[in-house]
Design a protein around this ligand. Structure first.
Ligand SMILES: Nc1nc2c(ncn2[C@@H]2O[C@H](COP(=O)(O)OP(=O)(O)OP(=O)(O)O)[C@@H](O)[C@H]2O)c(=O)[nH]1
Ligand SMILES: [Zn+2]
Ligand SMILES: [Zn+2]
Ligand SMILES: [Zn+2]
Ligand SMILES: [Zn+2]
Ligand SMILES: [Zn+2]
Length: 278
């Protein structure tokens, strides 16, 4: 699963911050296979079910053992994701998980949406390996935000989201945007409890991404194609991109936007408004 991309490393130091405040949550893990060694350092006390991701961090084990560990990780994640989903449904919180490669424009989309579609109450969870940059950009819009830094981790998981939600305290009948770590691979495997997953591709990335990273497109319900203002300058065939995406998931619906110029945003806002009145 993530063995080759870094999040299988021990001590991957997850932190959760409100911008401008001291870290409110810190995990430092010593991991081993199975349940032999497992410590948590927390800067606060809260109940833990001990259902974290524990990625295999030593390769002396057999292949079948590795697959078993990965299945356990995903099963535990799925259980926690269902708890998150139940909480969101009970409070009428519409949660969207934004996934994409780095730099497709997720944060720009959120900034523009929060500023232009003002009759919705927003809560934002930002996920990046390092920095508070995105949380600070969101804070400037006035929306409540927490930043999860995943350290070496390459995706958010349901436990991190559950911890972040406890800090964020979203009110009922609100819209929760979860901006995942920029990565078209691992976030596909981790259900966060969202109602909808939206994969964002930008026209600078090439129109073949759905075929190269099919899991991300098959696990999403919505596909946004961003940076349409750059179409005259790049070899991106919009119809091809959409047909590739539909090849891996024929249920996908599309938005074509430029979060820079605002082109196409009206349809996105209409969709969000409709979701918020359901
Ligand atoms: N031309 C153009 N540039 C855009 C558009 N949307 C975003 N950008 C630029 O793309 C770059 C990345 O945008 P971000 O919003 O930070 O992207 P992100 O997906 O949040 O990035 P990560 O969180 O690092 O994965 C920035 O320089 C943006 O100004 C767009 O519609 N058109
Ligand atoms: Zn990974
Ligand atoms: Zn742990
Ligand atoms: Zn391994
Ligand atoms: Zn971002
Ligand atoms: Zn915790």
């Amino acid at each position: 699963m993530c063995d080759t991309c870094g999040c299988g490393q021990p001590d991957n130091g997850i932190t959760i911050h409100i911008p401008g405040e001291e870290p409110v949550h810190q995990h430092s893990h010593i991991h081993s296979h199975g349940d032999i060694v497992h410590t948590h350092d927390h800067t606060h006390d809260h109940l833990h079910d001990d259902t974290h991701d524990h990625h295999p961090d030593d390769h002396s084990h057999s292949h079948s053992r590795e697959i078993k560990v990965e299945q356990d990780i995903l099963q535990k994640n799925n259980l926690l994701a269902e708890r998150n989903r139940g909480f969101f449904e009970a409070k009428n919180i519409f949660a969207i998980n934004l996934v994409s490669s780095p730099g497709s424009g997720k944060t720009t989309l959120l900034e523009r949406t929060i500023r232009e579609l003002t009759d919705i109450s927003y809560y934002i969870i930002e996920g990046d390996q390092q920095t508070m940059n995105d949380a600070l950009r969101i804070k400037a819009t006035g929306a409540p935000v927490v930043q999860i830094n995943t350290g070496t981790g390459c995706h958010l998981d349901a436990h991190m989201v559950s911890d972040a939600v406890k800090i964020l305290q979203p009110s009922g009948h609100s819209l929760l945007f979860i901006e995942n770590v920029g990565n078209l691979v691992c976030p596909a495997l981790f259900d966060l409890g969202e109602a909808n997953r939206m994969v964002i591709m930008s026209v600078t990335e090439g129109d073949d991404k759905p075929l190269k990273y099919p899991n991300m497109f098959s696990s999403s319900q919505i596909c946004m194609i961003n940076k349409t203002d750059l179409l005259p300058y790049v070899d991106f065939d919009m119809e091809k991109a959409k047909s590739y995406a539909l090849q891996v998931n024929h249920h996908l619906s599309f938005f074509e936007v430029s979060t820079r110029t605002g082109e196409g945003m009206k349809e996105w806002y209409a969709w969000l408004k409709k979701k918020m009145t359901l």
